[in-house]
Design a protein around this ligand. Structure first.
Ligand code: SAM
Ligand code: SF4
Length: 343
């Protein structure tokens, strides 16, 4: 059945493309390639790490490729590789190369903490990566170590420079804002957007099990963030760099980049949701929060063909919820779901 709506990246969907029960065209797949990470950000995971998914349960590159082929056959056009930390997955550029060769895939982005980006940016760009988001919550080395529970600020900055040099610009920097932790750096981050071709996106801290005790005290709303930066200048809404993200952007005249805010709590973006997620162990997650998911690993390992996997994507459209109902101080039942925020 033809879908009459216009999709969010400006494309008119073809007949047969995915759209959910609320007529939202789904053209964007976020792929977690590992749940492991080389940092331990306090708002994200405990110092000891998580009960990691056993290696045998993690999708192989072949399996991811088969799933993406099926997804592309029903209208998925954009991919984002995420984690955990995607760059700790060995040989990631090989996966990028394979996914970039799939008919219909137009855009492959990466969300990374940037620690390994200096070594890999050239190879990733050559393999077909189009864009990169780098997480960076502070510009101060001591604070970086306190938030990430590991040192690394210099390596992240070197990673950002390497990504620019490799042509992966415009770079988006993702900064989780925490009251009393890094909210005194809002203007320093805004200065980065003023002076460099970067989009600094401030993210409202989301509730996960690891940070729930802190969440109410640390939470700063997107409106508060914009007001605090606007107080020192003439910030006005501007168009963003494109892509699939939910950010709203602002800049002052003459800035090279812009700041953005991502506000899953204060202004959710469910109305325009165009995405689904693939977990490292092969579950198709239909919403960031809640347990709406479909197992893809079993059929893939049982040898299902592309049409059967595509049918699972279509089934997913029936259970994709209209919106999440998360509020400040609450935690959804499965809080590992957050791991795809911030793209
Ligand atoms: N490791 C990569 C990174 O840090 O960019 C990719 C995965 S990480 C989970 C994706 C994004 O989610 C990052 O920008 C991170 O800052 C953000 N994030 C993680 N936990 C969050 C939370 N509790 N609230 C808001 N954003 C969070
Ligand atoms: Fe790792 Fe990213 Fe989570 Fe930080 S936010 S612990 S870098 S997965």
């Amino acid at each position: 059945m033809a879908v009459e709506t216009i999709d969010l990246i400006g494309r008119t969907p073809d007949a047969g493309d995915l759209a959910d029960a609320f007529r939202r065209p789904i053209s964007y797949l976020r792929i977690s390639v590992t749940d492991r990470c080389n940092l331990r950000c306090t708002y994200c995971m405990p110092e000891a790490g998580l009960p990691w998914i056993p290696n045998a349960d993690v999708l192989s590159f072949d399996e991811i490729e088969r799933i993406v082929r099926a997804a592309a056959s029903v209208g998925v056009r954009s991919l984002r590789l995420t984690g955990g930390e995607p760059l700790v997955r060995p040989q990631l550029p090989q996966l990028v190369r394979r996914l970039a060769a799939i008919d219909g895939i137009e855009d492959i982005a990466l969300s990374t903490n940037g620690l390994l980006l200096g070594d890999l940016a050239d190879e990733l760009a050559a393999a077909g990566l189009t864009r990169v988001n780098v997480s960076l919550d502070t510009l101060r080395a001591d604070r970086f170590e306190a938030i990430a529970r590991r040192p690394g600020l210099e390596r992240v900055i070197a990673g950002i420079d390497a990504a620019v040099a490799a042509g992966l610009a415009p770079i988006k920097i993702n900064c989780v804002v925490m009251r009393g932790v890094n909210d005194d750096e809002l203007l320093a981050f805004a200065a980065l957007a003023r002076d460099r071709d970067v989009y600094v996106r401030f993210i409202e801290m989301m509730p996960v099990l690891e940070n729930l005790p802190d969440q109410r005290d640390r939470y700063v709303s997107a409106d508060d963030i914009v007001a605090r930066i606007r107080a020192s200048g003439t910030l006005a809404p501007v168009a963003g760099p494109g892509g699939n993200g939910p950010a709203r952007y602002f800049a002052e005249p003459g800035w090279r980049g812009a700041i953005g805010v991502i506000s899953p709590l204060s202004h959710d973006y469910c109305d325009t949701c165009n995405r689904v997620r693939l977990t490292a162990d092969g579950r198709l997650r239909l919403c960031l929060f809640g347990d709406y998911e479909i197992d893809l690993r079993t059929p893939v390992r049982d040898g299902a063909d592309a049409e059967t996997i595509a049918a699972r994507f279509r089934s997913g459209m029936l259970i994709k919820p209209e919106r999440h109902h998360l509020r400040l101080g609450e935690v959804a039942s499965r809080m590992r779901a957050f791991s795809e925020i911030g793209g």
